[in-house]
Design a binder for this molecule. Structure first.
Ligand code: UDP
Length: 372
């Protein structure tokens, strides 16, 4: 065992190249990265975030140990809309390439690099860099090219891969030794609201894999208002949904910063989650619980590991709109205090920070042992 493990790590975080931090284009990984940065700077570690130009961290994440470097270049396409057999593509003058070129140049100022991008290049580059790279994989298996490079990285650098849930890990082969980190929130930013209005909430990127149409079909049957929060990623899809349900009582509220999102979400009777893919985690589930809002979700992916069926929400057979409607009708039997309690017990930021630093410490130790 090495004795010289740094007490304070100096860490370089490489963000998702699909959008600037704060834009919403990156989905849950934007909040996750900022939360982990906050958790680790609170512990005294130093974090530098490399992210596409135009990035901003939320005011809560500001800390003297935290800095952000903006990098220019063309944004990356999101992997979730690619076919399984499609090749990984890198656009001309890619921000992904430029971010990792920057990392190569400054790597010796850091103990460790942490990759948050679900892209082929950072996995490939792991072998070529002097400093160890830890990879937090933010989605389930999507393409053969990604599966293969992730597997090669796993074989060559065991212990460097982490995921959010067991269900997510199970979409990949040979993933039983990967770190399962769950997730965590700064719960002080989410106000518990013991009482709610009539409306339901749906929160997420508006894109086909999120299945918004099923939530709308369910509330349409019941004639209960649905407030929709999130980035419109696929405009044509959003148009199709609106055309399909012209009379549904839906209210699009836009993409809100966390402070406003939690205030509005907390007023809702329940959050409806209708993923059509294996959601790796589902940050919005724990954000709702933190506000005291029960979660109705398809029994698929991360939400199925989060929701305590019958206590903090209802899990519904996947793609069953009638089941969603029945669960919505039973929302009032759930105790909003139990929701907040679950968030406090299982999803605190400090506990997430401990899990992450233990993982990074192991990665650092393995790297130095290999080099001895
Ligand atoms: N979000 C937000 N404002 C909004 C709607 C969503 O900040 O108005 C954020 C939310 O906090 C969450 C992310 O968008 O962190 C969605 O992440 P999730 O893990 O649920 O799904 P993903 O987009 O990663 O598939």
């Amino acid at each position: 065992m090495l004795s010289n493990v740094p007490e304070q790590f100096n860490l370089l975080f490489l963000s998702t190249p699909v959008g600037p931090l704060g834009s919403g284009l990156g989905g849950g990984v934007e909040l996750t990265l900022q939360n982990i940065a906050t958790a680790l700077t609170n512990q005294g570690h130093q974090v530098t975030i490399v992210a596409p130009d135009g990035s901003s961290v939320s005011s809560q994440a500001h800390h003297s140990n935290l800095s952000v470097i903006g990098i220019p270049g063309t944004l990356q396409q999101t992997a979730q809309h690619q076919g399984r057999a499609e090749p990984s593509q890198i656009p001309n003058n890619a921000v992904l390439e430029n971010m990792w070129d920057y990392a190569r140049q400054v790597q010796h100022d850091y103990h460790l690099l942490v990759n948050f991008a679900y892209d082929w290049l950072p996995f490939y580059l792991t072998t070529w860099l002097d400093r160890p790279v830890a990879h937090l994989i933010s989605m389930g298996s999507l393409t053969d090219a990604m599966d293969t490079i992730i597997q090669k990285t796993n074989d060559r650098f065991p212990g460097t891969l982490a995921v959010h849930t067991h269900t997510q890990a199970a979409t990949f082969a040979n993933s039983d030794r990967w770190q399962c980190l769950g997730n965590g929130l700064d719960l002080s930013l989410y106000t518990f609201q013991p009482h709610s209005g009539e409306s339901l909430a749906w929160v997420g990127r508006i894109a086909p894999e999120k299945g918004l149409e099923d939530a709308i079909a369910a509330i349409h049957k019941l004639n209960i208002p649905l407030h929709i929060f999130g980035k419109i990623e696929d405009i044509a899809y959003w148009q199709r949904i609106q055309n399909a349900y012209p009379d549904a009582p839906i209210h699009y509220r836009g993409f809100l910063p966390t402070e406003d999102l939690q205030a509005a979400l907390g007023k809702c009777r329940g959050l409806v989650m209708t993923p059509k893919w294996i959601e790796a985690f589902g940050n919005v589930a724990i954000e709702a619980l933190a506000c005291g809002v029960p979660v109705i979700a398809y029994r698929r992916g991360g939400p199925a590991e989060i929701v305590q069926h019958g206590t903090t929400g209802w899990l519904v057979e996947s793609d069953n709109v009638d089941g969603l409607a029945e669960a919505i009708a039973q929302l009032d039997g759930l105790d909003r205090h139990a929701c907040r309690q679950q968030a406090e017990d299982q999803y605190s930021l400090a506990a997430m920070g401990d899990r992450v630093i233990n993982w990074l410490t192991d990665v650092w130790i393995s790297h130095h042992e290999l080099r001895l």
